[in-house]
Write a new protein. Structure first.
Length: 194
């Protein structure tokens, strides 16, 4: 059976779970507490030497890591990956941007505030500045558009909603980003995210 090692507090893990659920895939979820060192055990490191979640063990025993690579693997051949080459490349563009220009700020600040217990004044100002720049970039892209790419939801929307929907937990107030707020609700509805 397909097995997903993930931490339910992680947007990177949840986006894999949400896609599998939306596609109706059977899988076994193994809760993997990163903060308790579960990804540093010899058993886990044998699966994923990088020691990161999510990590998926496919039915045939092959292992796949990195959330967006996992999304692409399971999303292949679905409506969530555009058939048009240009729109597909735009989706990839957003997936790469998410891991480089969004997650390192929105998710990191959320982690520091929510899970590490840091006070707002202990957060590096540059992280907040870059997080707001990411949200502003999304606001611009979504003003007048329902989705990041094309006429329907893609893996780009799923990847980016994971941490955007909980940005407030890192003190990123979405009130100033009305197009992003409306998009979060659309993506949650499209993927059945509660």
């Amino acid at each position: 059976m397909l097995t997903v090692h993930g931490d339910n507090r992680s947007g990177n893990c949840l986006k894999v779970k949400w896609l599998l659920d939306r596609l109706g895939r059977d899988y076994r979820w193994v809760e993997t507490d990163v903060l308790a060192g579960a990804t540093r055990t010899p058993e886990f490191l044998a699966l994923n030497p990088a020691g990161q979640t999510p990590t998926v063990v496919l039915e045939d025993g092959q292992v796949l890591a990195q959330s967006n690579a996992i999304l692409l693997y399971f999303g292949e051949g679905t409506a969530f990956v555009p058939a048009d080459a240009y729109e597909r490349a735009r989706m990839y563009e957003w997936l790469f941007w998410e891991q480089y220009s969004h997650e390192p700020y929105i998710a990191v600040v959320r982690f520091q505030r929510l899970l590490a217990g840091r006070r707002a004044d202990e957060i590096e100002p540059r992280l907040m500045e870059r997080g707001h720049a990411a949200l502003a970039r999304m606001e611009g892209a979504l003003t007048g558009a329902d989705w990041l790419v094309g006429a329907g939801p893609t893996l780009a929307d799923l990847a980016l909603v994971a941490y955007t929907r909980v940005a407030h937990e890192g003190d990123f107030d979405l009130a100033g980003y009305p197009a992003v707020r409306a998009w979060v609700l659309r993506v949650e509805g499209a993927f059945g995210i509660g």
